[in-house]
Design a binder for this molecule. Structure first.
Ligand code: MG
Length: 160
């Protein structure tokens, strides 16, 4: 049957780290704080997949207390989530994501993000959507304190 999953994540900006979003390193002065590479967009997508699988969340699967995941590539983690989904009989029908950042402008990187995340999941790029928005300077995103991301997925999976 078809399952729906939703994911949401936020990471704060910090100095001295690269900004990695959707598997793409976006040039700029600041990156995001986090235990892994802090790829907030990939994290939202992973949580959406795990949600559709009813398999908990990435905090459970990749605990930030585990040194194995320190600085981990979120594309590698996304591959592991996609593999886990396949092993349990699920296939990705479609995914769509929104990333909200006041700056830098992310639209030029959207296609690369789609490609990187599709590649990591082993699916065609047409199955992965990415949209970028600002929040019109409102809230923590608008104050450039961090980046937020949302994702929804449809998985085709085993019947109950
Ligand atoms: Mg996260």
């Amino acid at each position: 049957m078809t399952r729906i999953g939703h994911g949401f994540d936020v990471h704060a900006f910090t100095e001295g780290r690269p900004l990695v979003l959707g598997g793409v390193t976006v040039p700029g002065e600041r990156g995001l704080a986090g235990h892994s590479d802090a790829d907030v967009l990939a994290h939202a997508l992973m949580d959406a997949i795990l949600g559709a699988m009813r398999a908990g969340d990435i905090g459970q699967l990749f605990p930030d207390t585990d040194p194995a995941f320190e600085g981990a590539s979120s594309m590698a983690l996304l591959s592991r989530v996609a593999t886990l989904a396949r092993e349990r009989g699920f296939s990705l029908v479609d995914a769509d994501c929104t990333v909200a950042a006041q700056a830098p402008k992310l639209a030029p990187y959207r296609e690369q993000m789609r490609q990187a995340m599709a590649r990591a999941m082993g699916v065609g790029v047409s199955r992965v959507g990415v949209k970028a928005t600002t929040t019109e300077r409102l809230g923590f995103v608008g104050r450039e304190e961090g980046v937020a991301a949302w994702a929804v997925v449809l998985l085709d999976g085993p019947d109950d």
